[in-house]
Design a protein around this ligand. Structure first.
Ligand code: IMP
Length: 196
């Protein structure tokens, strides 16, 4: 069975990847022995996904998979984008990120609050070949949080596909339409038949 090392230690992400990449052995980077930090210096989701996959692939001489994702809000010219995790200036402070998003959109009317989540996933093979795929899910930013499910911007994101906020959706419902699930499904189709 081909082995793929995922450039993440997030258990939820690893589970989602293992469900889509059946037939591959999926390991987290720590399980595989990678202990370095990877700085996300890219200007696009694709650049960040590729730099993370390449860093792990080169360090461990293996096939590695990485993803990078975020929220893009039309009225903010695509922000927070690659800065989604650190929109408020601190990495991973979901509460402050959500408060800042609401503040920036305070005077923006309902019809102009369109947004989408984007995920880019990249595989870098042991031989250095890079394959990428992108997924998006569309919706709009609510005027207040709805629900407590998910993480990050989920309670503020009304999903057009689900007809409710991601914060109110079950994990199964969200995984059925999410940007990451779409990107992973597209990537698994692309690498079928390629020797990793
Ligand atoms: P990462 O690519 O998993 O590091 O995600 C970057 C940031 O984008 C997260 O910290 C969240 O702020 C945001 N984000 C990405 N995907 C989602 C999602 O599915 N729901 C809510 N926020 C997300």
């Amino acid at each position: 069975m081909s082995k793929i090392v995922v450039a993440s230690d997030n258990k939820g992400k690893l589970r989602e990847i293992a469900q889509i990449f059946k037939g591959y052995e999926i390991l987290s980077m720590r399980e595989a022995g990678f202990s370095g930090e990877i700085e996300e210096t890219g200007k696009t989701f694709e650049e960040n996904a590729v730099l993370k996959a390449r860093a792990v692939s080169e360090a461990l001489h293996c096939t590695a998979l990485a993803d990078d994702s975020g929220l893009c809000v039309e009225a903010l010219g695509g922000a927070p984008g690659v800065y989604s995790a650190r929109f408020c200036g601190r990495h991973g402070d979901d509460k402050a990120n959500n408060a800042l998003l609401l503040e920036k959109l305070r005077s923006v009317p309902d019809g102009e609050r369109a947004a989408y989540f984007e995920s880019c996933v990249a595989v870098c093979t042991q031989g250095g070949k890079v394959i990428t795929a992108t997924g998006r899910t569309h919706g709009r930013i609510l005027k207040e949080e709805q629900g407590e499910g998910g993480f990050g911007y989920d309670p503020l994101f009304y999903s057009d596909e689900l007809g409710k906020s991601f914060g109110l959706a079950s994990a199964e419902e969200k995984n059925g339409v999410s940007h990451r699930a779409k990107a992973l499904a597209a990537l698994s189709r692309k690498i079928k038949g390629i020797s990793l």
